[in-house]
Ligand binder design. Structure first.
Ligand code: GDD
Length: 409
């Protein structure tokens, strides 16, 4: 049997995702029309003998309650949210729920970061993991050397696939192979995490024995159960014939800033072509709007037949797209209204916002830059003919004048 764990983190981790994380937990933000966390979940669902999917994080229970119950019914696999009362780190979170995760006596545990966008080649990875017979297999990817330091860099044996060296976000270049944040472990991983926790407790106790450091150690003691998968587990276990790597040549991106959701939406929409083509909008001549490239339109959204939509557009529930509107590379969230002849490009338009006639909401398209795209928070009104370029607008604002490269708080 296999169980899957998706590490969803918590509200403090999502701050770079503002303003979009202000009224929705980041893992539930829609990419290609489905919550971010839905994509790894669908990949896990394809694994035979999958007993359970757990989301582990420190968001409030209620943020995930509706989603997990609806999903359990839909997928016919129990999906459960396990809440940590405080952050324990990526490995500490797993360890905290050890009993629950081992309840079904799994042979393999899939562990996936929720903020990565990839094809999740879990099936092939599981076959490799069983072949290696190690304690864990890490999904890795070759990236350009300039960006490698944003991630965990690693060196693997090209023949055996063994992880030989691991450095988390190193200051000096180690390798252009990086950790993709997707792992398969055997239950032995819990012993490795336990070793780290116990070693820390021992050190804390020793320190406490020297009285003048007592205060310091008392505060440190609290930290003994905070364990990171990368620094605290992968690094020390490299070169010990315990961890192996599996390389993916498919797409892979990390989603830390809002702009990346436009890029990742486009990757998932492109993937739908071969996996879920029924989710892609089809331009059906006279009755519907003109569709260009990959587009998702929620069934409850209304799009005028004279609108032109795409490529890379996702339109959420109950949005209304008016006559002559042009949408390119954007995410339109629930209940948005876009009025006649407005243009939206490289932008995210927040829930319940309204874009006026002949208005223009536009970004330059550099998804990793803070002002590389335009983001409108919830309930923003852009009046008729107003032009918004490369700006971030927080919720509940009315824009009566054009702005460029501004953050409107
Ligand atoms: N449950 C829980 N509890 N989840 C957590 C916690 C925690 O205390 N802390 C982080 N996470 C989740 C995050 O939500 C994310 O999905 C994942 O664990 C990793 O987050 P970080 O520990 O903040 O690391 P990172 O995203 O900066 O980098 C990691 O992932 C990269 C791939 O995306 C590292 O492992 C890098 O080496 C790797 O390249």
């Amino acid at each position: 049997k296999t169980v899957a764990v998706i590490l969803v983190g918590g509200p403090t981790k999502g701050t770079r995702f503002r303003p979009l994380s202000l009224n929705l937990a980041k893992p539930l933000f829609p990419l290609a029309g489905q919550p971010m966390v839905h994509h790894p979940i669908l990949a896990c669902k394809k694994i035979p003998n999958l007993a359970h999917i757990y989301l582990v994080g420190f968001y409030e229970e209620r943020e995930f309650a509706l989603y997990t119950s609806a999903l359990s019914n839909e997928l016919k696999i129990p999906v459960r949210y396990l809440r940590e009362e405080k952050p324990h780190g990526s490995a500490g979170g797993l360890y905290h729920f050890q009993e629950k995760l081992l309840e079904e006596d799994p042979t393999d545990i899939l562990v996936l970061n929720c903020d990565v966008c990839c094809s999740f080649p879990l099936f092939k990875m599981l076959a490799a993991h069983r072949h290696y017979k190690g304690m864990g297999t890490i999904l890795v990817k070759k990236v350009s050397p300039e960006v490698a330091s944003e991630f965990g860099e690693l060196v693997a044996d090209p023949e055996s696939g063994e992880l030989l060296h691991y450095a988390e976000k190193p200051e000096t270049f180690v390798s252009d192979f990086i950790n993709c944040g997707v792992y398969i472990f055997t239950p032995e991983i819990f012993l490795a995490i336990q070793d780290v926790t116990l070693a820390r407790k021992d050190r804390a106790t020793l320190r406490r024995l020297s009285s003048f450091e007592a205060l310091q150690s008392a505060t440190k003691l609290v930290q003994t159960d905070f364990v990171r998968l990368d620094q605290d587990i992968l690094s020390p276990l490299a070169g010990k014939k315990k961890l192996y790597t599996f390389e993916t040549k498919d797409f892979w991106e990390q989603i830390k800033v809002p702009g990346m959701s436009i890029r990742c939406s486009s990757l998932y929409l492109a993937q739908y072509r071969s996996t879920l083509s029924e989710l892609l909008a089809k331009g059906d001549g006279q009755r519907g709007p003109t569709i260009v490239g990959n587009v998702f339109v929620h069934p409850s959204a209304k799009t005028h037949p004279t609108a032109k939509i795409g490529p890379n557009v996702s339109i959420s529930a109950n949005a209304r797209i008016g006559p002559g509107v042009r949408l390119i590379s954007c995410i339109i969230l629930d209940d948005v209204e876009v009025k006649e002849n407005a243009i939206i490009m490289n932008s995210i338009v927040g829930w319940k916002s309204s874009i006026g006639r002949w208005a223009r909401v536009q970004g330059g398209g550099d998804h990793k830059m803070k002002l590389g795209i335009t983001i409108l928070g919830e309930d923003v009104t852009v009046e008729d003919e107003v032009v918004i370029i490369n700006s971030v607008v927080l919720s509940h604002k009315v824009l009566i004048q054009s702005v460029q490269e501004e953050i409107i708080l």
